[in-house]
Write a protein that binds this ligand. Structure first.
Ligand code: ATP
Ligand code: AMP
Ligand code: MG
Length: 186
């Protein structure tokens, strides 16, 4: 059983890369952590779309997060989890993978997707499928820095190795090939 947890700042290309990885690993299934949270949030009428989740009070987000982690923890086989290291909330940066979540998820591998700050800014701007927060290039650089801090902490808590993979412009396939060979090699 492998649980590969994909993380990276918004718009870096996690979902794009993970879908390519899935194409080469037949037995794998993808679970988007935010989608599991959203399903429950919609049922209770708290939000209408995924980009409203981070606007909820942290107390409410935590309940949805814990529920999602429990649901995902019950999934067997090779699971590719699409999620976030931290969330930009009204109350400040809030961890997506605190200890109580990691204990349920039990990741075997942590994959941090990165890209150049300018590329991320452009990807966020161009993506019409989402309601993305508008932040400066400096803020994106800060997020990239925090991501490395957070992933090191997750690795320490879980004992799972972490890999940093660049999702270069127009080269999502290259990122997915690196990750696929790592997963296959284990
Ligand atoms: P979120 O955290 O908000 O879910 P994400 O990390 O999953 O974001 P994606 O939705 O995969 O990011 O990608 C954001 C945008 O960038 C999309 O429009 C996608 O098509 C584009 N994109 C992803 N990877 C690349 C790449 N290597 N080159 C160019 N565009 C890319
Ligand atoms: P995504 O499509 O990956 O951006 O997920 C949608 C939203 O779900 C994110 O913007 C966050 O608000 C929320 N989310 C995803 N993963 C987590 C997590 N591990 N903890 C808390 N919230 C999360
Ligand atoms: Mg995504």
């Amino acid at each position: 059983m492998q649980r590969i947890v994909f993380v990276g700042i918004p718009g870096v290309g996690k979902t794009t890369v993970i879908e390519k990885v899935r194409e080469s690993i037949n037995e794998a299934r993808i679970v988007n952590f935010g989608s599991v949270m959203l399903e429950n949030a919609i049922k209770s009428g708290a939000v209408k779309h995924r980009d409203e989740l981070r606007k909820l009070p942290v107390r409410r987000q935590r309940m949805l997060q814990q529920k999602a982690a429990k649901i995902i923890s019950a999934m067997r086989g090779t699971v590719l989890v699409d999620t976030h290291l931290f969330i930009r909330t009204k109350e400040g940066f809030w961890p997506g993978l605190p200890e109580y979540v990691l204990k349920l998820l039990k990741p075997t591998h942590l994959i941090l997707i990165e890209a150049e700050p300018e590329e991320i800014a452009e990807r966020r701007q161009k993506d019409r499928t989402r309601y993305r927060d508008v932040v400066s290039l400096e803020d994106i650089k800060e997020e990239l820095f925090f991501a490395r801090v957070f992933i090191a902490s997750c690795s320490n808590i879980t004992g799972a190795p972490f890999l940093i993979v660049k999702n270069r412009e127009g080269r999502a396939e290259d990122a997915s090939n690196i990750i696929t060979s790592v997963i296959r090699g284990v």
